[in-house]
Design a protein around this ligand. Structure first.
Ligand code: ARG
Length: 458
């Protein structure tokens, strides 16, 4: 029954068969395998390597198999190891002799490379759409909440006030880099390996440019040994995915903190949270925790493929069968995470009043007070010290800076004048930061406008 059984005299050990098989997971590449085979058979006929009649029988047979798989009428068999041999065997059973000519000038090594390229390339396009959708949700939220001021943190200690939109748009910027990263993975995936054969090319006059064009590939591989043993496009995708998940994991951490009773900055929609089986009051941000938690397995997938590749000699080695499960798992989880996060941002509620009110009771405007003195001529280091003392004084008095009287302030530095209270206003602190990428409303509006322009071109 084995398509390669000729030189064997014994049946394969059942455990070996089960361990060796990849059909359990590579069956998801059936559409790619069929498209690749149709392109290959069509090219073989154009080149006079097989007859038109054989080609027609092959194409029809493959289309029938596609229908059977789509309708769930196809039994995948572990004995036939992988998707390539399952389909080829079924084709031969259905159409006879012609089916046996399909594999002319082809090896499973270039076939699996082709299928995986096609699959990853298709999924890159799907992931790119979802990534853009998430970025759209972020800009939309940034514009919707453009009057919300929140504490900005460093070391998770209140640092300086920022626009909530500014904080959100930081994630937009990260995702823009992810998009570029994904573009690089696409570039590497957009190469056509068929025609490399097992490793050395083939003895038939194949028309590789034709197959490349039919399957909409941008480039052919320059070297057949590289073509069958290159998995850089998978690594590039997993690198992209690992970094994107790192970004989403940081966002998850913020959503978890912000939606806690301690912060109360946002509330996630009921549809995106879960409850507790024992504590009736609970509304848990499980999805955020899962995205944060699943980031680990993305790093694992990347590390697994990098490690799998590092010691194998050219060209194809069976180790490479291990390239697929991680990338499939990454694609599935990424699509969920991106879809849910876009909806979560669309639907969350933002507690503007509360975010604003916490800023009334802290020292987030201390830098502005030091800047005030420095702008009046005091060296910044000295201004820093004056304000440090003022903060210390306030803590002792149970006050905040804006509650100090002009008299108290002038006692600390004669440079303080009546306008200091205006400069300690949280709104002023935000509005004053007009540097190109600062948190002033004008700068954040510019970020949103530029962001939308970038999205329109993606
Ligand atoms: N199932 C294999 C894989 O995923 C297909 C290629 C096998 N080629 C071979 N010569 N064993 O890599």
């Amino acid at each position: 029954m084995k398509l390669w059984g000729g030189r064997f005299t014994k049946a394969t050990d059942k455990n070996v068969e089960a361990f060796n098989a990849s059909i359990q997971f590579d069956c998801r590449m059936y559409a790619e395998d069929i498209c690749g085979s149709i392109a290959h058979a069509t090219m073989l006929a154009r080149q006079g390597i097989i007859s038109e009649a054989d080609k027609d029988a092959i194409v029809q047979g493959l289309k029938d198999i596609f229908g059977q798989i789509e309708r769930d009428e196809f039994d995948f068999s572990v004995e036939l190891e992988d998707i390539h041999m399952n389909i080829e065997k079924r084709l031969t059973d259905a159409i006879g002799e012609a089916g046996k000519r399909l594999h002319t000038g082809r090896s499973r090594n270039d076939q699996v490379a082709l299928d995986t390229h096609l699959y990853v390339r298709r999924e890159i396009a799907a992931v790119a759409k979802l990534l853009v959708q998430l970025q759209e949700s972020i800009v939309k939220a940034a514009e919707k909440y453009n009057d919300v001021i929140m504490p900005g943190y460093t070391h998770l200690q209140r640092a300086q006030p920022v626009l909530f939109s500014h904080h959100l748009m930081a994630y937009f910027s990260m995702l823009s880099r992810d998009f570029k990263h994904l573009g690089f993975a696409w570039e590497l995936a957009d190469m056509m390996p068929l025609g490399a054969g097992a490793l050395a090319g083939t003895t038939y006059p194949l028309d590789q440019p034709y197959v490349g064009k039919t399957l909409h590939f941008g480039k052919l591989y320059d070297n057949s040994m590289d073509a069958v043993s290159d998995r850089d496009y998978i690594i590039a995708f997993l690198e992209f995915a690992a970094v994107l998940m790192m970004h989403l994991s940081r966002l998850s951490e913020e959503f978890i903190l912000w939606s806690s009773s301690e912060f109360k900055f946002i509330e996630l929609d009921d549809a995106h949270c879960t409850g507790s089986s024992i504590m009736p009051q609970k509304k848990n941000p499980d999805i955020c925790e899962l995205v944060r938690g699943k980031t680990g397995r993305f790093y694992g997938h990347l590390m697994a493929v990098l490690t799998m590749m590092k010691g194998i000699p050219l060209a194809y080695d069976k180790d490479m069968q291990e390239d697929k499960e991680g990338v499939f798992d990454a694609i599935d989880n990424l699509k969920f995470a991106l879809t849910i996060y876009a909806a979560m941002i669309d639907k969350m509620t933002v507690n503007k009043e509360h975010m604003r009110s916490v800023l009334e009771s802290d020292f987030s405007n201390a830098t502005d007070m030091a800047d005030y003195l420095a702008k009046k001529g005091l060296p910044f280091r000295e201004a820093h010290a004056v304000v440090g003392k003022a903060v210390h004084y306030c803590i002792e008095q149970g006050k905040v800076l804006q509650q100090l009287s002009l008299e108290e302030l002038q006692h600390m530095s004669p440079l303080f004048e009546a306008d200091i209270h205006h400069y300690l206003d949280i709104e002023t602190c935000v509005a004053q930061r007009q540097t190109y990428n600062g948190t002033a409303p004008s700068s954040v509006a510019r970020q949103c406008t530029d962001g939308k322009q970038v999205l329109a071109t993606e």
